[in-house]
Design a protein around this ligand. Structure first.
Ligand code: PSV
Ligand code: MN
Ligand code: MN
Length: 427
């Protein structure tokens, strides 16, 4: 299924006058504060987030999985789904593949299909946390960190293979996330695991094309419950520095112990020029992978505040970041869920763009703690939805993507096309 421009525009017309009124009002209010609403709308319109190929089907837990009808059963259908998301939101102009969950059998055709939806290929993700059919060595006890050379070699070769696919698709980065670790004390030697990981990463790094980057994702626990080799941003940074200038840290919001100050991590990594990418999601307890902004929207705003600061004061030449959603769960329609996540990201970005940084810095210089909080919360409490809608409108997206998705009965059409009981590949 493909959405036609006029289908979206017909629905937009019904709300166009209301949007013009709301946008005009906000623009005036921002103008009085010396904020250029038009410049913010342009930034929002340019901001694109990659959709992971594994988020288009209903996720699950080890307790079960409940299918949403019409789920995509292959990579082509997943790209079609991202095309729908992009047509509605104009924010989902990229896809991130997990190999081997989504192997392009005909990369040139896959690339062409993505092109036709205005979608580019963002980071490719390797997978050495599961055994695949026909694989010689097992990853049961580790992959890049494993004590056996043959296991490590197999894991390195897999990453090289992923780079090869990425090159065919036009990707420019590789994300490595490892499940390597131990579930019990005494299982592994911490030092040797870390040394093996560094060496394996260096071998993968040596295979990176000149214009590529490597992202090293950290996570404190799960599936290993006693120790994880790349457990935190410090370890990720150390490994990235041990590889070279094309290696960066990747922050996944769900990969922190409760109450970790993620915005501070973001600030530190950007200051060092070593923040490569982001996996957005939200959580209450662990790596819950819930809809972005559904639990802690203020934290998301504070993170964006640091990101915006970093983009405006790029002292260490931190390269542009790879933005990706890494959320997937088992209740909502995945497309509606992703629309909500994209909206939450845009909201936090827009709010952060409103922060009066010079005033904040003056308040900090004066130790005016109250004013500092006032300035942040003034931005956070501004209803920025008219700005986001305006950005979508100008790119021919939907004023209200969820309402449009429902009015056009997209899910019903997908069920008719693909069937009710479809099972997505991957996760
Ligand atoms: C691991 O929890 C993770 O966040 C990594 O990014 C994986 O690639 C992804 O989830 C999918 O399982
Ligand atoms: Mn992730
Ligand atoms: Mn995760």
């Amino acid at each position: 299924m493909k959405l036609e421009l006029n289908q979206i525009q017909d629905l937009n017309k019904q709300k166009a006058a209301e949007q013009a009124e709301h946008f005009g009002f906000l623009k005036l209010a921002l103008d009085k504060k010396g904020i250029d609403a038009e410049a913010i709308v342009q930034k929002l319109a340019d901001f694109q987030v990659a959709i992971p190929s594994w988020a288009l089907g209903s996720g699950g837990t080890r307790f079960g999985r409940f299918s949403t009808g019409g789920q995509p059963v292959n990579l082509e259908q997943k790209i079609e789904d991202i095309g729908l998301l992009h047509a509605l939101t104009q924010t989902a102009g990229a896809v991130s593949l997990h190999i081997p969950w989504d192997i392009p059998t005909d990369p040139a055709a896959t690339k062409q299909l993505a092109d036709s939806h205005g979608i580019v290929f963002d980071a490719v993700n390797s997978n050495t946390f599961q055994d695949q059919e026909g694989q010689v060595e097992t990853y049961k006890y580790g992959s890049l960190a494993d004590r056996q050379t043959a296991v490590r070699e197999q894991a390195v070769a897999h990453n090289t293979e992923v780079i090869r696919y990425g090159k065919l698709l036009g990707s420019k980065s590789l994300t490595v996330w490892l499940a390597d670790g131990a579930s019990f004390p005494g299982q592994n030697n911490f030092r040797k695991s870390l040394q093996n990981t560094q060496r394996s990463l260096q071998e993968i790094y040596a295979e990176l094309p000149a214009d590529w980057r490597m992202f090293i994702e950290y996570k404190p626990y799960e599936p290993s419950f006693y120790s994880t080799v790349i457990q935190d941003w410090g370890t990720s940074l150390m490994l990235a520095e041990g590889c070279g200038e094309k290696a960066f840290c990747l922050v996944d919001l769900g990969h922190h112990l409760p109450n970790t100050n993620i915005e501070q991590i973001v600030a530190t990594l950007m200051m060092k020029g070593k923040l490569g990418g982001f996996h957005f999601n939200d959580s209450k307890y662990g790596d819950d992978d819930l809809t972005v902004g559904s639990i802690k929207p203020y934290q998301l705003f504070l993170i964006f505040n640091e990101l915006v600061y970093g983009m405006n004061h790029n002292e260490a030449n931190n390269p542009p970041l790879a933005w990706m959603i890494d959320a997937s769960h088992n209740i909502k329609d995945p497309l509606e869920d992703l629309i909500q996540s994209l909206e939450a990201i845009q909201l936090a970005y827009a709010q952060a763009l409103l922060v009066d940084t010079p005033a904040l810095e003056a308040a900090q210089a004066d130790n005016d703690v109250v004013l500092g909080q006032e300035l942040l919360q003034d931005a956070y409490r501004t209803d920025v939805r008219p700005l986001i809608r305006e950005a979508r409108l100008r790119r021919n997206g939907a004023l209200n993507p969820i309402t449009t998705y429902r009015s056009l009965q997209v899910r019903d059409h997908l069920i008719k096309e693909r069937g009710l009981k479809t099972v997505a590949t991957g996760l």
